[in-house]
Design a binder for this molecule. Sequence first.
Ligand SMILES: [Zn+2]
Length: 400
Amino acid sequence: MIKALLSATALLSIIPTCQLSAQDYRAQALRILRTVPLIDGHNDIPGAIRDRGGLDSVDLAVSQPKLMTDIARLRSGRVGGQFWAAYVPVTTMDSGPHPAVYALEQIDLIRRLCAKDSRSMVMAYTAADLQRNFTAGKVSCLIGIEGGHAIENSLGALRMFYDLGTRYITLTHWRSLDWAVASTDTAHRGLSDFGKHVVLEMNRLGMLVDLSHVNDQTMSDALHTSRAPVIFSHSSARALTNHARDVPDSILKLVAVNRGVVMVNFNPGFVSEAVRVYGDSVTARLDALRAAGVDSATRADSLKAWNARAPHATLQQVADHIEHIRQVAGVDCVGLGSDFDGIDEVPVGLEDVSKFPDLIAELLRRGWSELDVKKVAGLNTLRVLRAAERIAVQMRRTQR
Ligand SMILES: [Zn+2]
């Protein structure tokens, strides 16, 4: 009997993994995500809620089919920790509420969003909070400010944003500041001396430095300045998709030395070269129509027709970016940063926050070990948070 059992076990162990079904990999992914919190680096639902009239207009406790995020789908997506973006438009630098006020309002919105569904969500300020909330079966809410213009060149404001719970700041958005340069800018400069002060003050506070949206020189300067691991909260690999928002291999090699984490963005134009090229061609054709004086209704019809023929990105391409970053920077330096509800299009297979387990299943199908997929899902981000907290304690001992 024992012999028969042994031979059955031996037989099972030699069944090639390719015979496992998609459902088997999904079941394995779900089992893994019961043991480690999946942490997403960037979700823009706070901005989407603001655009729709605020928390009185949008209730995530009920299904939100027009959005990519609600409580039920966060649950089925096994999200354990979510950095909610306090996105501050660059236009606030010109008119309307001051950038700092806009950021305060979005932080307020995130905290109220989290308190509103306290049975499902709870704020987290440290890696230990995140781990504890996960054990309690709740989604951790973390705050990341998107746009360094929010501090209005004030280290005092930066410190107060930390006290309000902000755990990362994306140094720029689409427009350069006098102390940091955006990815779309052709200027050959990076961080100014003040920019380096900002990075070091973030280190001293224990706030993560987010390099998504900055140009390559600013990435490099920040990586050479920061004493703590940095993050890219929502960027993919430029070797696969030639977009300025993605991270080139030369920088990935610096991230490996810094022990930071690049959290892969799902934006189709950042993960599929065909989508990016097609998008650029559509923009050029629209510009040409505008220059020729074609009216806006005709332009809108043309855009609709072109969009209908557009190529699509896929979940597999997102997995390709994860594998590329693993290959260049190492498996300890890659994570997830969906950008859900901040992107207009989604990859096939990654339509909303409920789909994260399918991406984990794809990595398992490709032969990834359970430990390595746990790192991508959340362990790498937890390690970076812990390192930032530890370095802050050390720096505060000597600098006040
Ligand atoms: Zn962004």
